[in-house]
Design a protein around this ligand. Sequence first.
Ligand code: ZN
Length: 394
Amino acid sequence: MKPYFDIPHSSSKTRARRGVLSCAHGVVQTPAFVTVGTKATVKALTPEDLTLTGTQYIFVNTYHMVLAPGENVVQQAGGVHTFSHMNVPIITDSGGFQVFSLGKHLGVEEQDWNEKQKPTGVKISEDGVQFRSHIDGKKVLFTPEFSISAQKKIGADFIVAFDEDILNKASEKYTKESTERTHLWAQRSLAEFERKDDAPSHRQRMYGVIHGGRFEDLRKWSAQTIAEMPFECLALGGVSVGIENKELREEVSWVSDVLHTDQRPRHLLGISTLPDVIFGVKKGFDTFDCVLPTRYARMGRLYDADYHSLDRFEKPQRDVDFTLDIMAKKYKSDMGPISEYCECHVCKTYSRAYLHHLFSQRELLGYRLATIHNLYWIEQFFGNIRKSIEGGKM
Ligand SMILES: [Zn+2]
């Protein structure tokens, strides 16, 4: 039988791997970008538009789907693929990230709270997390059992064990307690996953999530503990939550040191820059989700950098440096394509002047065309990473 994750090429220079991740709704060539489709839609695009972008893999948020329309509605529709018509591999997260982003104070000493860290009614216990819905104020309790049962009903190809996201400012004591809790929740997530109730007709596979915050011994202990559990895929969590580039890279390196010979697919949850993607690939991570390409598109920030030369992306820098601002006056009568480096449908068909016009008039088509361009560009960027590994250059 074909393995669900095959690694045809491994780099001899770095820990980079060129893999193929398979599931019921298709295959993902890795390293791969995971496009964010929070509420079972990639904002501004139809599923048909996605075929113009080369999107391979979509990330849907369990928290948002539970609050609206509700996991039972998605199940009645036959699962998220049928409901949304997005017929590509889909992953749902555990809901932990959104739940904990409502409780930004958790684990941080009161004198270190900033404006955003006032208690918001999020209550955490061994059982799970209670919070109020941002939609109607109703109390909701997320437990490992609830998260996994909801993810079975939503029916993505890949799901994620319930975890607690920790702020990097959290104390060592809190980080240790929280990581222990995540490990217990990982076991409960596996037990719930084993139960046949509510499972979709296709095979799902589950990611275990590694935490441990800012502390090397805790990160390595968490990597070992989660890797020993019977998860089919592994994810690194909590690295991008308000932390500096240097810290992110240290945490990725520590976990890579523990996992680098493990053959399971590895996901880096919530990466923030393209230089960090290249760093993560070299440390053996296979898939990366990020809201930036789609968010930038809706802000009129369009990628305009040569994705063929990856050296350009090595040095730590912000992604905004790889984009142009289509609202700038100089594009008002620029009849050239959005980016001379891009061969997407939008660059082949429309001018900077037209996109400038759509954005300055807040025409809805602007968001759609900009999103197609940014997603195509990022897929080409990842395509070049794959070629680079195959060619022995990375
Ligand atoms: Zn383009």
